[in-house]
Design a binder for this molecule. Structure first.
Ligand SMILES: Cc1cc2nc3c(=O)[nH]c(=O)nc-3n(C[C@H](O)[C@H](O)[C@H](O)COP(=O)(O)O)c2cc1C
Length: 357
């Protein structure tokens, strides 16, 4: 059998296998507060060993999409406690993906709160809101002296996640959201210490990760990056600048002993191999949206030692008992794209397991 099914110790957690549940936004936390349905969904997937939650805002300003959960109010934390209990009851671990969306936002989705980003440059395209599809707004560029306050939002949210009973956090520095907007060349035209050179572009990410690790312990903190993913208008088309920014980022946090570094990129790329060597700890891989991760992909990554872990998204979305199905060679449920974002139990908690189908 593939090494993908062997246990592994990652940070603070002993995991039963080397693939875990990737973060998946589902827009089903009504009013940003996780409820019993959300707890049931995550609890059903406890055999993933490690679940990374859907992207969740550390602050009201950091929300982008409708009905994404937060980690900044008592009501949200009470809801998260139920989620954590459900996952722990099934023997799993769960970490909060802290996603400050930066400019991928609209005030309509967050009670009128403003939108901030490294520079006053709108993302291209539109965003789904309660009032329909609206153009992305032009964000306000953060003042240099406001940035420690945003770092503090991540720290408070990380503390809140642990207090609510979750096992740690993943800092979302990928896919075009706030931290990635600082890293990227097209979305950051700052001339202060947070822009102008690859070292400066990486500074905000390093500050957030170091502060969060200090607050809750580095062995409970992961980070997700997507170098050169070119998504949501965050373009990293200059290879030299891009490599330099991510090398700076990894060099700036590798002494901490973080739980893992998650990279969304071609698992066989030179940059992935380079960052893995630099990081020195467990590296989690995922090749991105264009192809759904299959068991062969997981086995190739693990058995060829391209990475230590694989984040698996859509197969876990549609198969609560994916680990058992893959281990036993069983057929898989097919994910239904039309119920990915928003709605209720349909396409969320009603995917059958082998035992209840
Ligand atoms: C419905 C859906 C929601 C997603 N939400 C997030 C998210 O909140 N945070 C994140 O980092 N990635 C998110 N992703 C990306 C996944 O984590 C993963 O990288 C992607 O689905 C490719 O892996 P897969 O082929 O195993 O699904 C999302 C993907 C999908 C399909």
């Amino acid at each position: 059998m593939s090494k993908a099914f062997e246990p592994i110790v990652v940070g603070n957690w002993k995991l039963p296998q080397r693939f875990v549940m990737a973060p998946l936004t589902r827009n089903r936390a009504k009013g940003t507060i996780p409820d019993d349905l959300n707890a049931e969904y995550y609890g059903q997937r406890a055999s993933a060993g490690l679940i990374i939650t859907e992207g969740s805002q550390p602050s009201a300003v950091g929300q982008g999409y409708l009905d994404t959960p937060g980690f900044h109010s008592d009501a949200q934390l009470a809801g998260w406690s139920k989620v954590a209990e459900a996952v722990h009851a099934g023997g799993g671990h769960i970490v909060a993906q802290l996603m400050h969306v930066g400019r991928i936002a609209h005030p309509v989705n967050k009670c009128g709160h403003e939108t901030v980003a490294p520079s006053a440059l709108p993302a291209p395209g539109t965003i789904v809101t309660a009032e329909g599809q609206l153009d992305m707004v032009t964000p306000r560029a953060l003042e240099t002296d406001e940035i420690p306050g945003v770092v503090e939002e991540f720290v408070t949210a990380a503390r809140n996640a642990v207090e609510a009973g979750l096992d740690g956090v993943e800092v979302h520095a990928a896919n075009g959201y706030l931290i990635h907007q600082f890293l990227g060349q097209s979305s950051n035209t700052r001339t202060d210490r947070y822009g102008g050179s690859p070292e400066a572009h990486a500074r905000f990410a390093i500050e957030v990760i170091r502060a969060v690790a200090e607050a809750i312990g580095a062995d409970r903190v992961g980070i997700r990056i997507s170098p050169a993913h070119n998504i949501q208008g965050v373009l990293e088309e200059d290879e030299t600048l891009t490599s330099a920014a991510y090398e700076t980022l990894v060099d700036g946090v590798k002494d901490l002993g973080l739980a893992y570094l998650s990279i969304l990129a071609d698992p066989r790329s030179r940059l992935v191999a380079d960052l893995r060597t630099r990081f020195g700890g467990p590296v989690m891989l995922n090749s991105g949206f264009s192809n759904v991760t299959e068991l062969e992909d997981v086995e190739a990554i693990i058995d060829e030692d391209l990475g230590d872990l694989v984040a698996v998204g859509r197969p876990f979305l549609a198969n609560p008992d994916l680990a058992e199905r893959w281990a036993g060679g069983a057929e898989l449920n097919v994910p239904h794209q039309e119920t990915f974002y928003g709605g209720g139990a349909e396409g969320y908690t009603d995917y059958p397991t082998l035992t209840n189908s």
